[in-house]
Every structure is written in C-alpha cells, then in structure tokens.
Design a binder for this molecule. Structure first.
Ligand SMILES: Cc1cc2nc3c(=O)[nH]c(=O)nc-3n(C[C@H](O)[C@H](O)[C@H](O)COP(=O)(O)OP(=O)(O)OC[C@H]3O[C@@H](n4cnc5c(N)ncnc54)[C@H](O)[C@@H]3O)c2cc1C
Length: 360
C-alpha cells in the first residue's frame, strides 16, 4: 500500500478525520479538489456551535453534536481558535408557540444539550432590547466559532502527525483491491494518478454521494437545500436569536459573527445543483420573517451576504434525515447528509470514523 488511509475532502469533517487518524498512527493522505482547505460548505455556514437541542434523541446528529461541542470548545481553548459562547434564544412570538418551546426543552435535555431555561417576554426584552417575544428558551452553551480557524487547527494537527494534504486533486475512481482500495485522482492539468490505500474515508461533503457511487456503493443521493444570508444593519443583538423551528427548517434566524456583525438566514431553497448567488429581492421576505421578533427591522436594513448549500438525505416536506455513516465495505467509510450541525459535530464524527476503521 502507498498509504494507510486516504481521506477524500478537506472540509471540517475530512480534516478532523485526517487529524484523528494521523494521531492514532496512520499514514494519511488528504485529497482535495480545490486549491486549499475549507472552500465549500465548511466556509459557507453560520459558524454556530450548536448545543444539540433540535435533533432526534438517539440520532447520530444528536450524539455527535453534543460530544462534538465539548470537543470543539476544548480545541478552541487549547489552540487559540476565535470563538465566543454567546448563548442562544429560541423565541416564541405567540402564546400558542409555548408548547413547542417546552417540547424543545425536553428534547434538548434528553440529548444532553446542557443547561436550558424558559424565560418570559420581559426577561427577553431585558437581555435583548431589540427582540420582542412572548417567551424564549435560553441555551447558554450555544456559541460561535471561526470555522476557518477550526479547519486550520485540524489541518495543523494532521500535518503534525505526518499527514499530507494534496490540493487540486479530484478523486475520480475508487476500486477495491485485495486489502484495500485503488484511488485514482485527477490533477489540475488533467493528468491522472493512482495510489493504493488500506482505508478510505469519503468526506466529500455535497459530493459524497457521487464519490460513494464511484466505489459502487448503493447509497441515497443528496438533495441540495440552498440557504441565503443577509447582513442586518442598524439592529444589534448579543445572543443568537432563532424563531421556533418549523417542518422546513430552523427558520430565518439571527447570528452574530466574531466582529459583532448581525446576519440573518439561512432560508431553505431546494435547488438542482449547488450555486451561491443571493437574490437581493429576497430582502423583503427576510425582513418580514424577522419582524415577527425583531419589530424595528426595515427592508432596507438588509444587504445580501453569502449562501451555502446543505447536502440533505430527505426532500421537501419529508422528516429530517440523520447523518449517514456507512461502513459496510471493509476499509471504506462514507459520510453522507452531513448538514448542520456538521461543523459542531466534526471531531466527534471523526472519532466514530476512526473507531469503525480500527474494527474493520
Ligand atoms: C447554510 C448552512 C449553514 C450551516 N450552519 C452550521 C452551523 O451554524 N453550525 C454547524 O455546526 N454546522 C452548520 N452547517 C453544516 C456544516 O457547515 C457542514 O456540516 C460541514 O461544514 C460539512 O463539512 P464537510 O467536511 O463534510 O464538507 P465540506 O466542507 O463541503 O468539504 C468537503 C470537501 O470535499 C471536497 N471534494 C468533493 N468531492 C471531491 C472529490 N471527488 N475529490 C476530492 N475532493 C472532493 C470538496 O471540494 C470540499 O472541500 C451549515 C451548513 C450550511 C449549508
């Protein structure tokens, strides 16, 4: 074998896997088709450290979010990654949403999302003067992180333990061979190179379903749910503020970045293929959704920001699918459907991947 383990994809999840496997003694090679790490979903998200409130108890998303949050904050403190434990308010704007908050509190406590508390509208106004609500669920453990800094920390740890990162290398074929996998990658000049690895981790994000098909795995295809962001001028909050979630998603929420700027989004727009344009005409729609709990925001306070695309294993109107970690082929692990809270969960997912490969 040329290497012990090839990791396909240098996003947060692939890099976390590379760091974990290299730390355990594997000779690791990361193949990434872009010219650097974190150029896709890992740099197109809200940068929120989720506490683990929303996900179905017992799901992989719930378990890795809760475990990953603790690992992430510990990594941030150890490696000096910029982050802030801002806390989060999930706000009910009407009395009839109170039951939904209580259900979220119960689910969050069951998941291990840390301390949670219900507060009334007066307390919401005291904490966040710009926000109007009937009540809110407070999650003090939620926060924000510099996603690029997180990826850089994983990459540095992987390299420190001998891993190599090869950019501009797109994996185009995967073939089983005795004791491992033959991996074929295409370089920037179109030239193809092959190498043999005992183990392969498919952490190709949006494209992980396609990479799985290269290996002949019959796994579900990704659906793409684009999410747009708008910068919010004039209005300030110090915590993250989310509405009560609906079937469609978490709802248009407010996040703050490490510089204190407020962003609204992401929405949910099902698209046939990933794209990252933001339609400025959506501003009015966003402002209307925000005014439910941010009454002073005006349409003209919103300016288009970036967009990201979630790889989903369910379609519109269907119940939320869990992360999929498929390890049915010896020496090969696929990670599909790693949408939010994938950033938070990255190190915990990496530990599970390493455990599966160690057993194989
Ligand atoms: C709008 C939005 C908001 C989000 N907000 C949050 C949040 O606040 N908190 C949170 O915890 N999570 C959030 N997430 C989820 C989180 O961003 C992702 O789960 C996480 O970044 C996924 O990382 P990844 O490494 O799996 O994928 P990616 O970062 O997409 O990395 C995959 C990499 O694989 C590479 N690749 C693909 N195919 C190949 C190939 N054939 N050969 C070589 N390389 C290949 C790609 O170029 C890419 O670099 C959000 C996601 C979105 C879309």
């Amino acid at each position: 074998m040329d290497v012990d383990t090839v990791v396909i994809g240098a996003g947060a999840v692939g890099l976390a896997c590379a760091a974990e496997l290299a730390r355990r003694g594997d000779a690791v090679l990361v193949l990434e088709r872009h010219a650097g790490f974190g150029r896709e979903t890992s740099s197109r998200n809200s940068g929120v450290v989720h506490a683990g409130i929303y996900y179905a108890p017992g799901s992989l998303a719930a378990a890795t979010c809760v475990e990953g949050r603790a690992l992430l904050y510990a990594r941030c403190r150890r490696d000096g990654i910029a982050h802030r434990v801002t806390g989060k308010l999930i706000v009910a704007t009407r009395e009839d949403e109170l039951a939904a908050l209580e259900a979220l509190e119960k689910r969050g406590l069951e998941n291990g999302a840390g301390a949670l508390a219900l507060i009334d509208g007066a307390e919401v106004a005291r904490r966040e003067p710009a926000v109007r609500a009937y009540a809110a669920l407070v999650s003090p453990e939620s926060g924000i992180v510099d996603a690029h800094g997180l990826c850089a920390s994983y990459a540095a740890e992987a390299r420190r333990h001998g891993a190599a990162l090869l950019y501009r290398s797109e994996v185009v074929a995967l073939e089983p061979i005795p004791g491992g996998w033959r991996v074929e990658a295409r370089g920037p000049d179109g030239a193809r190179a092959r190498l043999d690895a005992a183990r392969v981790v498919n952490a190709a994000g949006l494209w992980a379903d396609r990479v799985a098909r290269l290996a002949g795995a019959e796994l579900p295809a990704h659906r793409f749910a684009k999410g747009d962001y708008f910068t919010v001028r004039r209005v300030r909050t110090s915590a993250l503020v989310y509405p009560v979630p609906s079937e469609a998603g978490l709802g248009i929420h407010l996040t703050v970045d490490l510089g204190g700027a407020v962003r609204a989004g992401p929405d949910v727009e099902w698209v046939d293929a990933p794209r990252y344009d933001v339609d400025p005409r959506k501003a009015a729609c966003f402002a209307e959704a925000l005014r439910r709990y941010l009454p002073d925001v005006r349409d003209e306070d919103l300016a288009p920001d970036g967009a990201g695309v979630r790889p989903k294993l369910h379609g519109p109107g269907e119940p939320r699918a869990d992360f999929l970690l498929d390890a049915r082929d010896p020496g090969l692990v696929h990670l599909l459907g790693v949408e939010s809270p994938g950033l938070t969960a990255s190190e915990a997912l990496a530990r599970r991947v390493a455990a599966h490969l160690a057993r194989a």
